[in-house]
Design a binder for this molecule. Structure first.
Ligand SMILES: [Zn+2]
Length: 252
């Protein structure tokens, strides 16, 4: 590895951490229907506007020792977690894919992280992300993505149709937000990978759901947000989808 490549890897991580910082703003503000642009970042406890030095991804959290400089209020672990996670995914996407797919997948992963944390906090998946995502994914599949627009359309209709069916069979589990999310993912991933996403998401969700019942962290009736599992399934499909599908096809 030459120095330049290491520098670009580092840059990809930094861009991801900065986007993670922006994602934190979106996660906090979108469900409250606040503008994600104005005002600039502020402390959620004392509402003081943050200076640039208070707002450096990952580093400010460490140097401020988890406290707001103005009100001493605790800063949630959520903030550096989202920044670190986004930084790592940007690095991985950069290593794995070529331009312009890198740009598309990093933005898709960003939206999946925002959706997941909003779903965990509020049990909703915001339409403001998923609905515009559907036509954007269709257009990108026509011009740039590795699958055809036909595959994107089958992914859109087949994926959301399957989730709608699951919602009708098990009422109370899946919601409209999940269906719109998978419709968006169908356009971005194509039909094979969107079905893989649903399969992997359901698998991860079942394993964690069973573990939570065993650990008595809430009974069978606790509403589990499905968005983060679909997001995890989608990210696995992005990185390992081709290998998993190839293995599956060769197996039969
Ligand atoms: Zn404060």
């Amino acid at each position: 590895m030459d120095t330049w490549y290491i520098f670009t890897l580092f840059s990809a991580f930094i861009v991801g951490a900065v986007m993670g910082s922006f994602s934190n703003v979106c996660i906090y503000r979108i469900p409250l229907r606040l503008s994600i642009v104005r005002p600039g970042s502020y402390c959620p406890t004392c509402k003081t506007r943050l200076a640039i030095l208070d707002n450096i991804p990952l580093l400010s959290f460490v140097f401020l020792k988890r406290k707001c400089r103005y009100c001493q209020g605790k800063i949630s672990w959520r903030y550096p977690t989202v920044e670190l996670l986004t930084g790592i995914f940007y690095l991985l996407v950069y290593m794995r894919f070529d331009f312009p797919i890198t740009i598309i997948y990093t933005l898709l992963v960003t939206s999946l992280i925002i959706i997941s944390f909003i779903d965990i906090d509020h049990k909703i998946i915001p339409n403001v992300i998923t609905l515009p995502g559907i036509p954007i994914g269709l257009v990108l599949s026509y011009f740039f993505l590795p699958h055809s627009i036909i595959s994107a359309l089958i992914g859109l209709l087949g994926g959301s149709g399957l989730l709608l069916l699951m919602a009708l069979i098990y009422p109370g589990g899946m919601g409209g937000g999940d269906i719109k999310m998978i419709a968006m993912l169908g356009t971005f991933l194509g039909w094979e990978k969107v079905f893989l996403t649903i399969f992997l998401g359901s698998l991860i969700g079942s394993v964690i759901g069973i573990a939570m019942i065993i650990l008595k962290k809430g009974g069978r009736k606790t509403k589990i947000p499905f968005g983060p599992y679909l997001a995890a399934g989608a990210i696995l499909s992005i990185f390992l989808g081709n290998e998993i599908i190839e293995y599956y096809v060769n197996f039969f």
